[in-house]
Design a protein around this ligand. Structure first.
Ligand code: GAP
Length: 500
């Protein structure tokens, strides 16, 4: 939620049907295990027992992550002629974070359990309680609890908030007691020192969002790329937040990656651009073939003083509908603040109306890791296969859209002899400059198919003895498992057609 420090949760207006998750927790656990077993995501520095809420991406994970990033980058900067990209540094001048409000306000209210010493985010404790009420069918009770929480958070009334936690008999999951400390605010930024500690040094921060790198470069980009309003600046990169309660695998991490775009517009036109980006961003998600039923908008009703409109795009994860992307109409707040703190003009001369102004901004902000989790959760299926002889078989398959699948094509010679590997290698050499291919000779063909299904390879091609006769191969489609014979010379184009 953008501007989490504003402590605003809001009433919900959903465009799509609200469906609570029916998928059991163990499906999510299965996805997490699968991600590790098949080289998508590992706990960070696992040989030292890992680091909480920090993860590493493995061979297939790093490919998938890169493909999602590229797909976003292309849709933003290649398909929109008025959007250009930048790659700003993670470290920024410390005043940046003073101007943006992060030093003073980027914090969450926390409470500690005195017995277990475990720290909780207050809103997470109350939301978990509301979930429990819903599970028992008490929808009204859950809504009422969240409404009370919203009001108290907005008023920063931490005394009454603590009383609410106690009245609801919320206990620590570790100690099982309700022995709570007072509620306090914790800033989420990681601080470090610039330069040698012995010398004079300054506290700087690991950026908690990529957006500020765009704002401070507004004029550099506008002038050098000769951009005319309306135009956008896109950026992908790491962001860091000292999340106190980091849960749900890569959903909430301490080091994560954002894909953000700030769209600069003439004041007065921000409403129509907000609607445009709200719709365009949802369409981007749907362009990956994901069902619209899995998505809903969560419109913010209460807004920060500078915000005009804001909404989240939520996806139905196995643990419920959660934010994956935010669209925010941010007025001229950030540029004005940077103008104030830097004492440099951040204005645009609009030749169409002969006026100088600080542009208004509509922001789209999506977490790459969260999108990755969305893709995995959406793709994962444990399938039972009814065979022709009446028996059944099973497979785990990742239905990852071909456009972003880590591996597009597996090339599998049926045997290691009779010249079949040589033919397979020729096909490999023809295809691998264009897209990611996998070559394998080992094991029975059925076993090899299953391994490819598990990493989401869209197509498998088998080279057999008939290939030597008529230059045809068997192509197998991952999702349907349908197999057909096609000319080997057609394979490359068949895959390429799926990548546009
Ligand atoms: N510049 C606006 C901004 O940062 P945000 O709602 O705080 O807004 C945007 O974050 C997106 O970044 C979220 O929708 C989410 O996808 C992702 N995100 C935020 N915190 C995250 C975390 N701790 N771990 C993973 N992704 C996160």
């Amino acid at each position: 939620m953008n501007g989490r420090w504003q402590l605003l949760r809001k009433a919900e207006k959903h465009i799509f049907a609200i469906v609570m998750s029916t998928q059991p927790d163990n499906q999510f656990q299965a996805i997490v295990s699968h991600a590790k077993e098949y080289g998508f995501v590992f706990p960070s520095s696992e040989i030292y027992d890992g680091l909480a809420a920090v993860y590493d991406y493995g061979p297939y994970g790093s490919e998938l992550k890169k493909n999602i990033r590229d797909y976003w980058w292309k849709s933003m900067t290649q398909l929109h002629e008025n959007i250009v990209g930048i790659d700003a540094a993670i470290f920024m001048h410390p005043t940046t974070w003073k101007a943006s409000g992060h030093v003073d306000n980027f914090s969450d209210p926390m409470i500690d359990n005195k017995d277990s010493k475990k720290r909780y985010r207050v809103d997470h404790l109350l939301e978990a309680k509301a979930d429990q009420l819903r599970e028992k069918g008490d929808e009204a009770g859950a809504d009422n609890l969240l409404a009370q929480m919203d009001a108290l958070l907005a008023a920063e009334d931490f005394v009454t908030l603590k009383e609410l936690i106690q009245a609801e008999k919320i206990v620590c999951s570790v100690s099982g007691t309700g022995n709570w400390t007072e509620i306090r605010q914790f800033n989420l930024m990681f601080a470090t020192q610039l330069g040698s500690v012995a010398e004079e040094s300054d506290t700087i921060y690991l950026r908690p969002e990529t957006a500020q790198g765009i704002f401070v470069n507004f004029l550099n980009v506008q002038k050098t790329a000769r951009m005319k309003i309306p135009f956008g600046i896109a950026q992908t990169g790491k962001a860091f937040r000292n999340e106190i309660v980091a849960r749900q695998f890569i959903f909430r991490m301490r080091e994560f990656e954002q894909m953000e775009m700030q769209f600069f517009v003439r004041p007065g036109t921000e409403g129509e651009w907000y609607q445009y980006w709200k719709e365009a961003r949802l369409q981007w998600h749907l362009s990956l073939g994901i069902s619209p039923d899995k998505y809903r908008y969560h419109d913010h009703v209460k807004l920060a003083h500078y915000a005009k409109e804001a909404c989240d795009i939520e996806y139905q994860f196995p643990f419920g509908f959660k934010e994956v992307e935010g669209i925010h109409s941010r007025s001229d707040f950030d540029l004005t603040q940077h103008q104030l703190y830097s004492k440099k003009k951040l204005q645009y001369f609009d030749t169409e109306i002969n006026q100088n102004y600080v542009p208004y901004v509509v922001e789209t902000s999506i977490g790459l890791d969260r999108m990755f989790l969305l893709i995995l959760a959406n793709a994962y299926e444990e399938e039972t296969i009814n065979k022709e002889d009446g028996s059944t078989d099973s497979r785990v398959v990742l239905h990852i859209p071909t456009k972003i699948a880590p591996m597009k094509l597996a090339i599998l010679p049926l045997t290691k002899k009779d010249g079949l590997p040589e033919i397979a290698r020729d096909l490999m050499n023809e295809c691998k400059p264009y897209f990611k291919c996998f070559y394998e000779e080992k094991d029975a063909i059925g076993k090899r198919y299953r391994r490819q299904d598990a990493i989401g390879t869209s197509f498998c091609v088998t080279i057999d003895h008939q290939t030597k006769e008529d230059q045809t191969v068997t192509i197998r489609y991952r999702d349907t498992m349908v197999q057909e014979r096609i000319l080997m010379s057609k394979v490359k184009d068949l895959v390429l057609e799926q990548l546009v």
